[in-house]
Design a protein around this ligand. Sequence first.
Ligand code: CDT
Length: 299
Amino acid sequence: MGAIQKSDSREQAVERMITLLEQASQQDCTLVVYPELALTTFFPRWYMEDQAEVDTWFEQQMPGPATQPLFDRAKALKIAISFGFAELTPDGQHFNTSIMTDREANIVGRYRKTHLPGHSEFDTERDFQHLEKRYFLPGDTGFPVTRTMGGIFGMCICNDRRWPETYRVMGLQGVEMICLGYNTPSVNSQRRNEGPADRLFHNRLVMQSGAYQNSTWVVGIAKAGVEDGFPLIGGSLIVDPNGKIAVEAQSEEDELIVHACDLDDCTFGKKTIFDFARHRRTEHYGLIVEQTGVVEPAL
Ligand code: CDT
């Protein structure tokens, strides 16, 4: 999806999502994946102190009044959908969330972002803010997978894609397709010479390796273009279970990319080089869960 400006309404975003859905229907798609925070601008770039103002960016119902038309159209077209939004739960918790529906528009999967990047206070050292740690709690779902549409599907969100643990936890549940949305600034706010070429390189690197090492499809979908004056990378792509890019977006605007993903293509890798049951040596992996930061050996 192209940019969503701060002044754009949810209804406008949903209208654009429905247009993409109609195009997908023309091409016989059965699943459409949209980006992280697909209904609004990427609001964590704005510093806010008033919680009531913050809450205006969150959804208390899904579907709600603005999103019901998307669910209705998806159901009529028999297309499953996955998209991200800011979730405010009935007990007042704030999450960066993605859901997935089946082809009848029933929500069959819900994932809350685990690896929240950025910071929680205004940072004068950065060229722009990234306040996810201020506005969201770390997700409480873990990385569940869902059996639907004859396959095993999982989700993660943006920064999660940079962490091998994300893919492996789903790989250990036999995942065959990971749907993920992202909003990645085109320039590193803490290192100006890291621009779009580097950012797109990392984007491909992490999703291709995650797909290959777990023998799963990865569908990575950007919100792209200049949002509120701040550029976001595009580079939406679909990666096959061999780690190769099957198709990649060409623009930074609303654009449908389509690929026929055969979930059986996951079988070869899962039964050979990445047959986890035969080859993993968990007795040597303890540090991964026992320790968060780096502990260097004594000098
Ligand atoms: N949305 C999101 O997670 N973006 C991050 C940028 C991190 S820069 C603080 C990403 O990993 O792309």
